[in-house]
Design a protein around this ligand. Structure first.
Ligand code: ZN
Length: 411
């Protein structure tokens, strides 16, 4: 989706502010002699922003509005190197709550709902984002924060919570506890709003069936407000995001050129109205695609597909970008195969080959299964892999994360 003229006008407002603040991006603009952009083509000449730029700006180098207008900071976790500090103005905080309120509305949540919030509060953007949006909506917030399952379940019953906000793993844990303690009759949950970690359809079905609730994926990252910049709807085909606050492009992470709608690539986000720390063409390294066309749900906001992984996972095979999650998704649809699989890529006689190893039990016709899987994979990625079916238990297992993709081309 090319940037619109309305969006361009907003970008130019941010360019002005960044030049004035003379921070890392202001300096990039100066170096490129850019003071405004007047077409989609010109927009695509703007330099990218990277996580490393944000880290280098530690502590407050991203601050773009005057200090007296900054009301809060948030920080992304510093597991790899220095953390990133994002300053917010009062308007940024309010804009974020407006987007989050829309997310709840898309999920069919109203001011009559009682929203139990289990993500963490503090420097992290999670808990407080869920809370501000819920208050904007006028719903009743039960601000639990993480952990203490005993208390969570007690409050869930006593407050008659109707909405659970959590990570997918915590939602699974709670659903198992509710089943174990036979509390299902005492629980009033109807919906779950689940944070953006990647989770399988199998896990989604388990949680949804066990609790009898509808689930919605929420998207967001600390650098761009936080969670609540997009959410899936009842159609469950991608997440709507708010193009009056954000411009989203999908780029090929190798060539850095935007790809057409519908094609997979890296999500790059430009904040259109953010004041405290505006970001232009921020590379998220998250992989997804823009879903073309309007959603059957009737909501007019454009859609991003479910996040398919990180750019680091991407493999280029026979000139096609392939992501392990695409293969995994296909394999999950075959009930005959176990959850273990292995992908091996090699370069033989001048061409790339992909072999997929899957496991099944002795009751299945190996040849037939291999043919059916190869066909499905071909229709998803465009070329036919070699599918090798083996006995259950043959593929290596490990306590830690099993290495499932082996690229022999670079050994
Ligand atoms: Zn929709």
């Amino acid at each position: 989706m090319k940037i619109s003229n309305e969006q361009l006008a907003l970008v130019n407002g941010r360019i002005k502010a960044l030049l004035y603040a003379d921070n890392f991006y202001g300096k990039k603009l100066k170096a490129a002699s850019i003071s405004e952009v007047n077409s989609a083509d010109e927009f695509e000449t703007l330099p990218f922003s990277e996580k490393a730029d944000l880290r280098d700006a530690y502590p407050l180098g991203l601050m773009t509005a005057p200090e007296e207008e900054i009301v809060r900071i948030h920080s992304s976790s510093g597991t790899t190197g220095k953390p990133v500090i994002i300053p917010y103005t009062a308007k940024d905080v309010d804009d974020w709550a407006i987007m989050f309120k829309r997310c709840y509305e898309i999920a069919g949540i109203t001011n009559k709902d009682r929203i139990q919030i289990t993500p963490g509060y503090g420097l992290w953007t999670a808990g407080i984002g869920f809370q501000n949006g819920a208050e904007k909506l006028g719903a009743m917030v039960i601000p639990m924060g993480p952990g203490n399952t005993e208390k969570q379940l007690q409050m869930m019953q006593d407050m008659e919570s109707t909405v659970l906000c959590s990570t997918s793993s915590y939602a699974l844990l709670l659903s198992e506890e509710i089943e174990k303690r036979q509390l299902k009759d005492k629980i009033r949950l109807k919906k779950g709003v689940i944070g953006s970690e990647r989770w399988s359809d199998k896990m989604r079905d388990t949680i949804s069936n066990s609790l009898g609730i509808s689930l919605y994926d929420i998207y967001g990252l600390t650098e761009i407000y936080g969670p609540g910049i997009g959410i899936s709807c009842d159609e469950n085909k991608g997440m709507h995001y708010f193009d009056d606050y954000l411009y989203i492009e999908i780029i090929d992470p190798k060539t850095l050129k935007p790809v057409p709608d519908g094609e997979m690539g890296e999500i790059v986000i430009t904040t259109l109205v953010k004041e405290g720390a505006p970001l232009i063409r921020y590379r998220t390294h998250d992989l997804s695609r823009i879903i073309p066309g309007e959603c059957p749900c009737g909501c007019k906001y454009p859609r991003l597909d479910t996040i398919m992984g990180r750019t680091d996972d991407m493999m280029k095979i026979k000139g096609v970008n392939v992501f392990p999650s695409q293969i995994e998704e296909i394999l999950q649809k075959f009930d005959e195969v176990s959850s273990e699989y292995q992908i091996r890529i090699s370069h033989l006689d001048g061409k790339d080959t992909m072999r997929i190893y899957v496991e099944t039990n002795g009751t299945v016709d190996f040849m037939d299964l291999s043919k059916r899987i190869a066909e499905k994979v071909k229709s998803a990625i465009g070329f036919t892999p070699l599918v090798k079916v083996v006995e259950e238990g043959v593929l290596p297992r490990s306590e830690k994360k099993t290495k499932r993709v082996i690229d022999e081309r670079y050994d």
